[in-house]
Design a protein around this ligand. Structure first.
Ligand SMILES: [Zn+2]
Length: 382
């Protein structure tokens, strides 16, 4: 139920790191059995696991932190005030976001390798250039996440005081996420709280159609998800958004006709349109999404994202927001986080970073730019 029940492993070498990933995967597999069970009861869908039959491996995403105390919280939530819940659909988080978006776009249009098409895509691009967003980066590569966790030890800039400081205060950690299990949590949360349909659509006719279609005993998430190919069933908010644009003015009619997946529509409302929702123990967690490969950097990092909803401050006085070290909006503090998260502490970072370099990973692996490559050529192991 809390961060303490999340599986936590210590490693001192690359070999132990690989073993730890295997252990975490086993943990995710057994959690997946109970998740499927819950899903089947609710929707009649999902997959059937026989008592001795196991689900197949889920994809695992990785994220490295140089400090173990660093929370799984997106940058926009680290420094900004939580806007109050006041009935407006456009709140302070939107204002911050559009202000940043205007400045970023106006100054970087000419630098884009491929022009992003929507605000959501721009947000994904901004995330990869460290602008503040509601998204958090993950990697499909365990090696790259490890490199992020020990980035200061791989940094060729030996003279930088900042790099030296980071090396001295290093307590590296790699988070592991089962994106399927996280998205099922989002799905269950939406099914169990009809307020998400009501808040998404003020218009009665559409709301009625959504409620009728979404709440029937039917599975709208991932068909037989544990027995599908490895990457099947992962969601991409950007692609859903592009499809919505493609349908244009017929989109609403298609929803009314039940031609579209109501779950996808709700995802768009809460994660792309970012309708504010009150934060609380039963609030929607972030969703896991495949962002299109907009830039060389995203490709190199094997980048994928979790996107957070737009949380507004709750009216309940007993929920304190935010505490400095235990912000309840951090992913590891969500109810049921142990089902989709695991973590690996790197106990001997110097040794592991040395071994990681031997596998061919360096700073250019994270930032494939000529300037970084020039630095990597000069690298002397610390
Ligand atoms: Zn299953």
């Amino acid at each position: 139920m809390s961060v303490s029940s999340i599986i936590s492993l210590n490693v001192t070498s690359m070999a132990e790191y690989m073993d730890a990933i295997e252990l975490a995967q086993e943990h995710f597999r057994s959690e997946m059995c109970s998740i499927c069970e819950e899903l089947r009861e609710l929707t009649g869908g999902g997959c059937i696991h026989s008592p001795n039959g196991q689900p197949t491996d889920s994809p695992v995403w990785f994220r490295g932190h140089e400090k173990a105390s660093y929370m799984l919280l997106p940058s926009a939530y680290r420094s900004e005030e939580i806007p109050p819940k006041d009935g407006w659909k456009f709140n302070g988080t939107h204002l911050n976001e559009t202000t940043r978006d205007q400045a970023f776009r106006a100054r970087t249009y000419h630098l884009m390798e491929k022009m992003p098409e929507t605000s959501l895509e721009w947000e994904e691009v901004r995330q990869h250039f460290r602008s503040k967003t509601k998204a958090l980066d993950w990697s499909e590569s365990a090696y790259h996440a490890l490199a992020f966790a020990m980035e200061s030890l791989l940094d060729p800039d030996q003279k930088s005081i900042e790099v030296l400081k980071r090396r001295q205060s290093l307590s590296p950690l790699v988070w592991l996420l089962n994106p399927r299990a996280l998205n099922v949590q989002v799905y269950l949360q939406m099914r169990n709280n009809t307020c998400y349909i009501r808040m998404a659509e003020p218009e009665r006719k559409l709301r009625f159609a959504l409620r009728q279609s979404f709440l029937q005993k039917r599975n709208f998430i991932l068909p037989g998800m544990c027995h599908q190919p490895y990457s099947a069933g992962l969601l991409s908010l950007s692609v859903l958004n592009a499809q919505r644009m493609e349908y244009g003015s017929s989109y609403r009619q298609r929803l009314l006709n039940r031609e579209l997946n109501p779950f996808y529509h709700l995802l768009l409302r809460y994660y792309a349109d970012a309708l504010p929702i009150e934060f609380g123990p039963a609030a929607l967690p972030p969703m896991a999404t495949l962002a299109p490969y907009h830039s060389r950097r995203i490709i190199a990092q094997r980048g994928v994202l979790s996107i957070y909803p737009n949380y507004a401050a709750p009216n309940t006085p007993d929920l304190k927001l935010p505490e400095k070290l235990r912000d309840p909006r951090a992913l590891e503090h969500f109810n049921g986080a142990e089902k989709f998260l695991a973590r690996i502490h790197i106990i001997d970072p110097e040794r592991v970073s040395h071994q990681l370099r031997m596998t061919g990973i360096n700073k250019t692996s994270l930032y494939p730019e000529a300037e970084i490559f020039a630095q990597d050529v000069e690298f002397v192991p610390p």
